[in-house]
Design a protein around this ligand. Structure first.
Ligand SMILES: Nc1nc(=O)c2c([nH]1)NC[C@@H]1CN(c3ccc(C(=O)N[C@@H](CCC(=O)O)C(=O)O)cc3)CN21
Ligand SMILES: O=c1ccn([C@H]2C[C@H](O)[C@@H](COP(=O)(O)O)O2)c(=O)[nH]1
Length: 296
C-alpha cells in the first residue's frame, strides 16, 4: 500500500494543478479546492509529515493549551510557541500606531500582567469554547469533559462531538475557529476521530492540525481504555497560498519516510492533567524544514 502521506502530497499536487485562483481575506491569494478528505490509521503510525520537518514540540504545546481552556498567547510564549503572535501584534500596531517589533511585543506580554490582559488575549477562541461554552442561561459547559464522559458511558452515541463554532461569540474572536468541529466513533475497542476544518492552509496549518488531531485521539483513547482507530480529516475551503507554491513544489520532490510513533509515558487521573513531558515522538526522521511565511 502507498505511504499514507501521499494523500497530503497528492492534495498539494492537485491544488497547484487544478486549484481555482481566489482572492482571500489576507490579500495574498490562494488556489483552492472545496471538500477534501484524508484518512490515517493511527495504529500504523503517528501522522507527522516526514517530507518536511514539522515542529511537533510546538504542536503538542498548542493542543495542551487548547485543552487548558486558556485563550491568551502568554502560556504559548512561555513555551516558546510563537505561531499565534501575529494576530494580537497586528491588532496592537493598528490600535496604538506603534511600530513595536515582534520580539519586544512578546517580551512585554510575558513580563507585564496588565499588558498581557489587554493585548495578549485572542478573545473567546478554541479553549474558551471547548471548556467554558457559555449558555444563554449563564450555565458553563465543558464540552471536552462531556465528551470524555460520553465516550466512557455511551460509546455508540452519535453525538460524541464538540465544536468551537459559537456563532454569537465569533465577532469577538481574533480568528474564527478553523478546525471547528470534532466527532468521535467507538467500534471494536478503537476510538476514531473526525476533524471538520472549514478553512485549511495546506502548507502551514494543515500538518499541525493533523498532528494535533492525532494527539487528541491518542489522549482520549488512553483515558478511556481504548485503542486508537482512524483520524479522518475533512476540509471545506482547502487552499494553498500563492506564495507557498515554490515550497510545495520543493516538498513534492521528496519521498515520505516511515511515520514515527507517539509514546505516552504516564497516565494521569484526567485528560486535563497531561504535561508536555508525558509525550515522546520516537523514530521521527523527516526531510529538512521548509520555511514559509504565514498569511495574516
Ligand atoms: N494563514 C494562516 N495559516 C494558519 O495555519 C493559521 C493562521 N493563519 N492563523 C491562526 C493559526 C496559527 N497557525 C500557524 C501559524 C504559523 C505557523 C508557522 O509559521 N509554522 C512554520 C514554522 C513555525 C516556527 O518557525 O516556529 C512551519 O513551518 O510549520 C503554523 C501554524 C495555524 N493558523
Ligand atoms: O488551525 C488552523 C488555523 C488556521 N488555519 C488557516 C486557514 C486560513 O488560511 C487561515 C484563516 O483564515 P480565514 O479567513 O479565517 O479562513 O488560517 C489553518 O489552516 N489551521
Amino acid at each position: 500500500m502507498a505511504h499514507p502521506e501521499y494523500q497530503y502530497l497528492s492534495l498539494l499536487r492537485r491544488l497547484i494543478d487544478q486549484g481555482v485562483a481566489r482572492v482571500d481575506r489576507t490579500g495574498v491569494g490562494t488556489k483552492a479546492l472545496f471538500g477534501e478528505q484524508m484518512r490515517f490509521d493511527l495504529s500504523a503510525g503517528f501522522p507527522l509529515l516526514t517530507t518536511k520537518k514539522i515542529f511537533h514540540r510546538q504542536a503538542i504545546h498548542e493542543m495542551l493549551w487548547f485543552l487548558s481552556g486558556d485563550t491568551s498567547i502568554r502560556p504559548l510564549l512561555a513555551n516558546k510557541v510563537r505561531i499565534w503572535t501575529d494576530w494580537p501584534l497586528a491588532n496592537y500596531r493598528k490600535k496604538t500606531g506603534e511600530t513595536i517589533s515582534q520580539e519586544d511585543f512578546e517580551a512585554r506580554v510575558l513580563a507585564d500582567d496588565a499588558f498581557a490582559a489587554q493585548w495578549g488575549d485572542l478573545g473567546p477562541v478554541y479553549g474558551k469554547q471547548w471548556r467554558r461554552w457559555q449558555g444563554p442561561d449563564g450555565r458553563v459547559i465543558d464540552q471536552i469533559q462531556d465528551l470524555v464522559d460520553g465516550i466512557r458511558t455511551n460509546p455508540t452515541s452519535r453525538r460524541l462531538l464538540f465544536t468551537g463554532w459559537n456563532v454569537a461569540d465569533l465577532p469577538d474572536m481574533a480568528l474564527p475557529p478553523c478546525h471547528m468541529t470534532y466527532q468521535f466513533f467507538v467500534a471494536d475497542g478503537k476510538l476514531s476521530g473526525l476533524i471538520f476544518q472549514r478553512s485549511a492552509d495546506t502548507l502551514l496549518g494543515l500538518p499541525w492540525n493533523l498532528c494535533e488531531g492525532a494527539l487528541l485521539i491518542h489522549m482520549l483513547a488512553h483515558q478511556c481504555g481504548l485503542d486508537v482507530g482512524d483520524l479522518v480529516w475533512q476540509g471545506g475551503d482547502v487552499h494553498l497560498y500563492l506564495n507557498h507554491v515554490p515550497q510545495a513544489e520543493e516538498q513534492l520532490t521528496r519521498a515520505p519516510r516511515p511515520f514515527p510513533q507517539l509514546v505516552i509515558k504516564r497516565k494521569p487521573d484526567s485528560l486535563f492533567d497531561y504535561r508536555f513531558e508525558d509525550f515522546e515522538i520516537t523514530g521521527y526522521d523527516p526531510h529538512p524544514h521548509i520555511k514559509a511565511d504565514v498569511a495574516v
